[in-house]
Design a protein. Structure first.
Length: 300
């Protein structure tokens, strides 16, 4: 059983030895839910839904391994070989062979950073000799530099969380209509993107001008969410290009409307984008780690 255990969600797959998905089960029982209900009962419940007999080999990635999670799986430090993630797996004292993969930390005083869950996605899309740049958008977007299958540097951007906070708890609440098609690719989004690219250090000024433009009749509230999204994503991309170099080929791990939005933004900024489904990357990474971890025993 492979499990991607997030902060607010649970996704699991019953897999054959070659990684083929036999059945899946998912729900809202993320780490926050388990803080009161416990982790073991949730896992048992989903094992039952999958029709899986315990004891069973279970490999977990994500927030179940955080300090507030089931059992802490300490971070591996960069540079980290992705095909060695299994070496940091922690066994849980519960029924069956249940193990949690570690996260990855960039333990630099000037550029501290952490990831938990994304490292497994990276394993799912990286061959042993892969070298390149990967973007994983989300609440906390990740940009990762990989060299010969090793994570050497990464940066986190709170883009998704900032969008939510600004749209719901700032003066821009009156300038933004969230939901629906508000943040699709279009002229307002592209204008916000271009503004951020032209003046990446002027984000706070550009944010206030979004409100001022509506008050003065230059723009419509219906366009506010798309422009805000363009400003924030554009600021993220501008900084990432400064850190990781000029636009080139990039692997984008994403799905749905957010993936489409990032794909459009990255292409507009000159990147050659290869889109990869994020959930498939998680499944593939868990399967690869399981084979590394249990080897012939897993395949028997």
């Amino acid at each position: 059983m492979a499990v991607d255990w997030g902060t607010s969600s649970f996704r699991s797959w019953l897999m054959a030895a070659d990684g083929t998905v036999l059945a899946e089960s998912r729900g809202p029982e993320g780490m926050l839910h388990c803080a009161t209900s416990g982790f073991a009962p949730v896992l048992r419940d989903h094992l039952g839904k999958l029709g899986a007999a315990a004891p069973l080999q279970v490999l977990i990635c994500g927030m179940a391994g955080a300090k507030q999670g089931w059992v802490e799986a300490p971070y591996l430090k960069t540079p980290t070989r992705l095909d060695a993630l299994h070496e940091g797996a922690i066994q849980v004292d519960t029924q069956g062979d249940v193990r949690i993969l570690p996260g990855v930390a960039q333990a630099l005083a000037g550029e501290p950073d952490v990831m938990r869950g994304e490292e497994t996605q990276l394993l799912g899309i990286s061959d042993a000799d892969f070298t390149g740049l990967v973007c994983i958008p989300g609440t906390h977007s990740k940009w990762v530099r990989i060299e010969n299958g090793t994570v050497v540097a990464f940066t986190t951007y709170m883009t998704g969380e900032l969008f939510s906070v600004i749209a719901q708890h700032s003066i821009l609440t009156h300038a933004v209509e969230t939901g629906g098609a508000a943040t699709q690719d279009g002229a307002p989004f592209r204008d916000g993107l271009a503004t951020a690219q032209a003046a990446p250090r002027g984000l706070t000024t550009s944010l206030f001008r979004l409100r001022a433009a509506q008050l003065l009749g230059f723009e419509q509230r219906a366009d506010g969410a798309a422009r805000l999204s363009g400003l924030l994503i554009g600021s993220e991309i501008a900084d990432a290009m400064q850190r990781f170099g000029a636009a080139g080929q990039l692997r984008l791990l994403a799905a749905g409307s957010l993936g489409a939005l990032y794909e459009a933004a990255l292409k507009a900024c000159g990147f050659d984008v290869i889109m990869i489904d994020a959930e498939q990357a998680s499944r593939r990474g868990l399967a690869r780690a399981a084979i590394h971890l249990w080897g012939a025993q897993f395949a028997s």
